[in-house]
Design a binder for this molecule. Structure first.
Ligand SMILES: [Zn+2]
Ligand SMILES: [Zn+2]
Length: 183
């Protein structure tokens, strides 16, 4: 069996580069060890797919967000495998169905001060009796809290843990929110 290690090499990144394009696979050259031509991100993802590798990290197990920052790939739980990525996608869909906006609202309603994402996720897991590690509870709860933030119901009160590219690309490990009506 051939080795299909796909490597992404960073190109020169202009100062005014589009942050979204940058974090979603742009400004890179993709090469596979087997020699197949991979002219762009789409081709690289397709090749990862046909060789059984995760389409987010291209089998590397690591997601390179910006040139000087990488993290374990969340799409495939750091395995690099397409099969795990698909199973994890299914688990995301399950979490979406199991954890509703109402569930999260009920959990945060009695909280008067700021609350952390991890606290809310734990409380939701307890409330629904979900086992740890079987479903991406944290990411689902974060999506809901961010939605409530966008809709003006919550206010984000913590500063980013890391700025990866000015204020355009920031990283929050365990952000805190509070109710917009508080204080
Ligand atoms: Zn290949
Ligand atoms: Zn991956």
């Amino acid at each position: 069996m051939r080795n299909h290690t796909i490597t992404a090499l960073w190109e020169e990144i202009p100062d005014d580069a589009d942050d979204l394009v940058l974090v979603s696979g742009g400004f890179r050259i993709y090469v596979c060890l087997c020699g197949k031509q991979l002219p762009d991100r789409t081709a690289a993802e397709l090749h990862a797919m046909e060789t059984g590798q995760c389409t987010t990290c291209l089998g590397t197990k690591v997601e390179h967000i910006v040139p000087d920052y990488a993290q374990d790939c969340t799409a495939c739980a750091g395995t690099g495998r397409r099969g795990t990525q698909l199973r994890w996608q299914l688990a995301h869909a399950e979490a979406e169905a199991a954890i509703t906006v109402e569930t999260v609202r009920a959990v945060i309603a009695p909280l008067s001060g700021p609350f952390r994402l991890s606290e809310v996720a734990d409380a939701v897991r307890d409330a629904l009796g979900l086992p740890v590690g079987r479903m991406p509870v944290g990411p689902r709860v974060r999506d809901i809290l961010r939605r409530l933030e966008t809709e003006g119901e919550l206010i984000l009160v913590s500063a980013p843990d890391r700025m990866l590219r000015g204020t355009g690309v920031v990283l929050y490990r365990d952000p805190s929110w509070e109710h917009a009506t508080a204080g």
